[in-house]
Design a protein around this ligand. Sequence first.
Ligand code: GRF
Length: 191
Amino acid sequence: MAPKRIVLFASGSGSNVERIIRYFQDKPNVTIAMVLTNKSDAKVLERCKTLKTSALYFNRTAFARTDGLLDVLKGLRPDLIVLAGFLLKVPEHIIQAFPNKIVNIHPALLPKYGGKGMYGDHVHAAVKENDEKETGITIHYVNENYDEGAIIFQATTAVVPEDTVASIAQKIHRLEHAHFPKVIETLLTTP
Ligand code: GRF
């Protein structure tokens, strides 16, 4: 059977992208078709170079146009589109073209700490501010509203009073790296 094809979107460092690429490197049933980024200087591009994975930068205009990135995406024939630290809202025409094929990872336990402005360290700062005893990750389908698609998977980690925003971020990254590739694999291999 032809390998299942993943297209990854990222806006920044890309540590999750790297984990996912490495996880599937030796697995012939899954291939990374392309990594796409909206930041021309994102560290994820360097990671892709090192990992010999194709990557492409696109600008906001191409993303918004119905004959822009959509055509590129269709040409890539993805079985799954994975948003891994991707900060732009996906336009409706792209969501509609790939129903139930776009997933996102959010660094908190949705529905808590989701929505506009809730990304990266803003999330962890809010978790600390509210003295939460636990936080975690949510992998979910992407629909037209931020962070509101059906939840696929969640995992939790404890938050202690000594935790800082940076240490919470570190715990979250550990969870993401441990679970995200496996959840993607399950989605791609479960009939
Ligand atoms: C992750 O915590 C992800 O959940 C969030 O952005 C971060 C991206 O990290 N949306 P990286 O670029 O994969 O290192």
